[in-house]
Design a protein around this ligand. Structure first.
Ligand code: NI
Ligand code: MN
Length: 226
């Protein structure tokens, strides 16, 4: 799988030749000013919740690419009202087999409203299973005991976890989360974009190392292969 970081919590992950785009927030992010949002590929957009720092570019990218947006039922209705008709509504606990693999929606402890104040339903994380491997995209969430269910449900090869604290769990709780999900290969997200979520990157990497885990903090625009 090829993983490209577009800043904040936005990743493009290629699975079985399909481009999965998670939580597109690119054009309003000054740290991602060098990313051309019009060249970002998407066959599917996986939308963890409705907050602006996750959905800012979803409507434009979905309209340009025709990507199917996988999201909570309430976000599906909102997107339909914005003229995005290629949506697949889901909700926490549900799974669905797509052509690239299986998506299971898991609990995220957070909130979810849309940019115009509409109710966004439950925030979610996603467990993706495919022939090429399994991974967990946590979305915005606190540390929660529900993460132990993921560790018991599937072996995930890597996980994308928020680290920035204040709005989500921070580094120390993310280390506990990686214990809960039984995965030691973590890619960080939701840090440094705003003043509230600045982290000390080298300290974070050292803390994971001391716990026998690997934390990868990608450069915006960087692509890695897993
Ligand atoms: Ni949020
Ligand atoms: Mn957020």
């Amino acid at each position: 799988m090829k993983i490209t970081f577009y800043g904040h919590s936005c990743f493009g992950i290629e699975v079985k030749g399909k481009h999965l785009l998670f939580d597109p927030f690119i054009s309003p992010n000054p740290l991602a000013a060098h990313i051309d949002v019009n060249s970002v590929k998407a066959d599917f957009i996986l939308q963890s919740h409705g907050h602006m720092d996750h959905i800012a570019d979803t409507v434009a990218i979905a309209k340009r690419t025709g990507a199917t947006v996988i999201c909570a039922f309430e976000i599906h209705e909102w997107l339909n009202n914005q003229g995005v008709t290629t949506t697949h509504p889901m909700n926490t606990g549900g799974k669905w087999m797509f052509d690239f693999g299986k998506v299971k929606c898991v609990a995220a402890v957070h909130s979810s409203s849309l940019p115009d104040g509409s109710y966004g339903g439950n925030p979610m994380g996603f467990v993706i299973e495919s022939d090429e491997g399994n991974f967990y995209y946590a979305g915005d969430t606190a540390l929660t005991y529900d993460m132990k269910l993921i560790g018991e449900y599937r072996k995930v090869d890597f996980a994308l976890l928020p680290l920035g604290d204040n709005f989500t769990m921070g580094v120390d709780n993310a280390i506990i989360a990686s214990d809960f999900i039984k995965c030691n290969d973590i890619i960080g997200m939701h840090y440094d974009t705003f003043g509230y979520i600045k982290i000390d990157s080298s300290e974070a990497i050292q803390k994971f190392e001391r716990s026998g885990k690997k934390l990868t903090l990608m450069n915006i625009g960087e692509t890695i292969t897993k």
